[in-house]
Design a protein around this ligand. Structure first.
Ligand code: ADP
Ligand code: ASP
Ligand code: MG
Length: 407
């Protein structure tokens, strides 16, 4: 008997027919003698609809009231799936986060799980009841509802698997595994049979939304046996592992793209050492994170500062920057909405010097101008014009020998 957490994403629970299909998958696991806890997302599109409601009343700052609204979608699917399981003759009940409880800190819209007491879920296992837990939500010490960031049901599932010492955590979605690039963008993307936690974390952090980055971080920390697979077709999926599969020992494992950032340039800032610290200090004080940064000096003892931040933070960042502009007396704030960050990721890059030159050469061959560059041990990211996203990702995919090999 294995103990498993199965998570079903939005498209997998998009309507009653899909929920009935999911119930069949769970029944097969139970019939095989396994102990199952389930985590569900909201029906596809539902969370976006709820975000729309909150934005029509208040667009700029996420609060715990936003979280109350956003968490509602998972309540519906947890109850419906429990009903579908009961219809198949299984004992099942739903759990909202507060009923488990899934305890979190109190940061609105991106709360972190602090603890999951398992006593209620263990009671279910003892009584052969399948618990269906609403993903994405949490509860603070003060009994306030929180959410874990978009895509957060993945994190609920991994955290539960860790708390329950589960043998595996299967993330069911609408693709049959992790691919070398988003299969919806790159027709020649190939499915990976496995990928390391480290690489998967970078892929997710750089925009591959197939897993929430935080879930991979947690899985790595707690050694959760994680797999991504499809609820639509039968396949083994992709295993997230600590060891790299030798058969897939290419230098680059995948390419991710992220259109959720904007680029900001502050023009003609007086070139004094304290100014950069003032700018980033003020942004940090206002909980605005910046990603890539480049500073360039001009002859007139002025400098330009360019950086990227999340598109969703732009409305909050602009008034802060306007205030700094007055204080430091620089001339202009230029916002570029039309950018994409493309990242090539692979552990093999650690001892291979050619990755950067292949990347630059390939983009140059297509006349794609690089605006910003950043590197880490296993990743190189560039900012380019958003318009070139499909072309750049496909060209790099070919250049790094990732295209699916037809046999
Ligand atoms: P769910 O609703 O099941 O959580 P998501 O929409 O969050 O599903 O994640 C699945 C989607 O992730 C896929 O439909 C795919 O377009 C996208 N995706 C992006 N990059 C990748 C990748 N490298 N491999 C697989 N899927 C990817
Ligand atoms: N329903 C939430 C979202 O759309 C959480 C999730 O799907 O994982 O982001
Ligand atoms: Mg998701």
């Amino acid at each position: 008997m294995a103990r498993c957490v199965l998570k079903f994403g939005g498209t997998s629970v998009a309507n009653v027919t899909r929920l009935e299909h999911v119930a069949e998958i769970i029944k097969q696991e139970i019939d095989a003698g396994n102990q199952i806890a389930v985590v569900v997302s909201a029906m596809a599109g539902n969370t976006n609809e709820l975000v729309g409601y909150t934005h029509s009343l208040c667009s700029h700052q996420a609060t715990l009231e936003h979280d109350v609204v956003l968490a509602a979608g998972e309540q519906i699917t947890s109850g419906l799936l429990a009903l579908a399981l009961q219809r198949l003759g299984l004992k099942s009940r739903s759990f909202l986060a507060w009923q488990v409880p899934i305890q979190t800190d109190d940061s609105p819209s991106h709360a972190r799980i602090t603890n999951i007491p398992t006593i209620e879920l263990e009671k279910c296992f003892k009584n052969n009841i399948v618990p269906v837990v609403a993903g994405f939500q949490g509860i603070t010490k003060e009994n306030r509802i929180t959410t874990l960031g978009r895509g957060g049901s993945d994190t609920t599932a991994v955290a539960l698997a860790a708390a329950l010492s589960a043998d595996r955590c299967d993330i069911y979605t609408d693709v049959d595994g992790v691919y070398t690039a988003d299969p919806r963008l790159v027709a020649k993307a190939s499915k990976l049979s496995s990928i390391t936690y480290e690489e998967m974390f970078e892929m997710a952090a750089q925009g591959a939304k197939v897993l929430q980055a935080r879930s991979v971080e947690l899985a790595m920390k707690h050694k959760v046996n994680l797999r991504v697979l499809s609820s639509f077709i039968k396949s083994k999926g992709t295993y997230i592992t600590s060891e790299r599969n030798l058969v897939e020992s290419t230098v680059i494992s995948g390419i991710a793209h992220n259109q959720n950032e904007v680029k900001i340039t502050l023009v003609d800032i007086p070139n004094e050492a304290a100014n950069i610290a003032t700018i980033f200090g003020k942004l940090t004080e206002n909980l605005i994170n910046v990603d890539m940064i480049v500073q360039s000096c001009s002859l007139n003892n002025k400098m330009n500062l360019t950086f990227t931040l999340l598109r969703s933070d732009l409305d909050r960042a602009l008034p802060v920057l306007e205030k700094i502009k007055k204080e430091l007396n620089f001339s202009e704030i230029i916002v570029d909405n039309e950018i994409v960050k493309i990242s090539v990721i692979g552990i093999g890059m650690k001892c291979n010097m050619e990755v950067a030159s292949t990347l630059f050469k390939t983009l140059a061959e297509h006349n794609i101008h690089i605006q910003l560059i950043s590197t880490s041990e296993i990743k190189i990211s560039v900012i380019i014009d958003q318009h070139y996203t499909p072309l750049a990702v496909a060209a790099l995919h070919t250049a790094f020998d990732l295209d699916e090999k037809k046999t």
